[in-house]
Design a protein around this ligand. Structure first.
Ligand code: GAP
Length: 463
């Protein structure tokens, strides 16, 4: 018996045409995501983002930074190093407890997470070969170990960070001093994190190298529970603003048993992926655990002095922690659609379209001269590219029939197409000189707009 691969699982209801097989294939074909080290057979759980994937990822990270840092006067940013003193990981508890229980199947030699075993007739079975010949669970630390400097011994050990948060806690005092913020205030960071996951799966969903967008929002102890609710709501709004509909998002209250022992409340924000409902982000009230641990281990004060009450205390923290790669995957799954559109001869054919929110779309606008061998059309189209380029990512395409060019852009989610035709040159009707057709990706409707209005129209849509 073989467990179905992620690509073979049928899509969940509500996904229409989208299946992981189609999504993975589109991502490779159009340059969103490739397997890392593909030429050498790849490396499990590691992925490379191609020309369109990197744009999508940047749009997501930039929007998160805008909403979480620039548009707020109570949050500042930082960018910490990936390697940190090993003492950080001892104090945070990661060295001793950042583990998954792992089981080996003695028959097929698979290494599995204990929670992935099949339960059948009261017994546990390997989900790959069905064998019941399994080892007892063993704790497997998920951090990647490495050595700093020329000697590889106990004294030079450290780890690739498994979360970005710890750099924020360790720099709390420095940032408090330079930013002169008063509680409540936050420190935000986007960066790589690494976990040696036992079973990376579901395309990029569970990877060994991924990016996080984390905010540590420091507050007084009595504000913690209220701010947990506040940040849960803010984060739900964020997902809707990038094109993930409310009905596909779910808030799971993490139970007392599942929650970290130091957390007084945690929500998981989940999304209905084609492979099931899974976590996009955790919003956790972590109390003063992290700062208190680092204060104890480093012997340096991480206390906050309240000018009004003249009290000193360790601030509490609420943490919304989101995954960049998981959100990119959710954006692609959500955007994928198939509908019917006429080909060049008017015959209806299946159209693959990525209906990204214009704010997230990798390319915002494609510019086409109707014909590539008519110099005035090409010149005008190039002028429009130059007009738009300082404000958005634009793609110029003069090859193939116009219908084919539209279809190529639909498949990568470009929300707008501008075509320069003979009307633009004023050859048919002088009143239409310096106007273009503006095509909407989703409705495929075209309207005539003046070139001088184009920039404002597009900017209002992609902001
Ligand atoms: N600082 C808190 C923290 O790291 P987490 O729930 O372990 O909490 C936060 O991780 C987010 O990071 C997750 O909600 C998920 O989006 C992302 N993430 C965690 N492990 C991941 C993995 N192996 N692959 C991709 N994303 C991951």
């Amino acid at each position: 018996m073989t467990a179905p691969s992620d690509a073979q699982r049928p899509p969940l209801p509500g996904y229409g045409a989208a299946s992981m097989e189609k999504i993975v294939s589109l991502c490779k074909r159009r340059g969103f995501i490739f397997q890392s080290s593909e030429a050498y057979g790849g490396l499990n759980g590691l992925w490379d983002y191609g020309p369109l994937g990197v744009e999508l990822k940047r749009n997501l990270k930039n929007y998160w930074w805008r909403v979480m840092v620039h548009e707020r006067d109570d949050v500042v940013g930082m960018d910490g190093s990936i390697l940190m003193n090993r003492a950080v990981w001892k104090a945070s508890g990661h060295e001793d407890t950042f583990t998954d229980p792992m089981i080996d199947c003695r028959s097929c030699k698979s290494r599995l997470r204990a929670d992935q075993l099949l339960e059948k007739n009261g017994g546990r079975q390997c989900p790959i070969c069905g064998s019941k010949d399994l080892t007892e669970p063993r704790a497997f630390n998920l951090m990647f170990k490495t050595y700093v400097g020329a000697t590889e011994d106990e004294s030079s050990i450290t780890y690739l960070r498994p979360e970005t948060a710890q750099a924020i806690f360790v720099q709390f005092k420095n940032i408090l001093e330079v930013s002169r913020k008063k509680l409540p205030f936050g420190i935000a960071q986007i960066g790589k994190a690494f976990r040696n996951e036992i079973n990376p799966r579901n395309f990029t969903f569970r990877s060994r190298e991924f990016e996080q967008m984390e905010l540590e929002y420091f507050c007084r102890p009595e504000q913690g529970m209220e701010l947990l609710e506040y940040w849960k709501e803010e984060r739900l709004k964020f997902y809707e603003n990038i094109g993930i509909p409310h009905e596909k998002l779910h808030v799971k209250t993490v139970s007392d048993e599942e929650r970290a022992f130091y957390s007084k409340g945690t929500y998981d924000i989940e999304y209905d992926f084609p492979f099931g409902r899974q976590e996009l982000e955790g919003v956790a009230y972590r109390t003063d655990y992290d700062l208190a641990q680092h204060q104890k281990a480093s012997g340096k004060s991480l206390e906050y002095f309240d000018e009004e009450t003249k009290q000193r205390f360790i601030p509490h923290v609420v943490e919304p922690s989101a995954g960049v790669d998981r959100t990119v995957l959710a954006l692609i799954c959500e955007a994928y659609a198939e509908d019917e559109a006429p080909d060049e001869k008017g015959k209806m054919e299946t159209r693959i379209v990525l209906r990204f929110h214009p704010r997230m779309a990798p390319i915002k606008c494609a510019v086409f001269p109707l014909l590539k061998n008519k110099e005035p059309l090409v010149t005008k189209a190039r002028e429009i590219v130059n007009l738009l380029t300082p404000h958005m990512y634009v793609f110029y395409d003069e090859s193939a029939a116009i219908g084919r060019r539209y279809r190529r852009q639909d498949e990568i989610g470009t929300p707008f197409g501008v075509t320069v035709d003979f009307e633009t040159l004023g050859e048919k009707d002088a009143a239409l000189r310096d106007t273009v057709t503006l095509r909407d990706r989703d409705s495929m409707k075209q309207e005539r707009v003046a070139i001088k209005d184009l920039l404002d129209i597009l900017r209002s849509q992609i902001a």
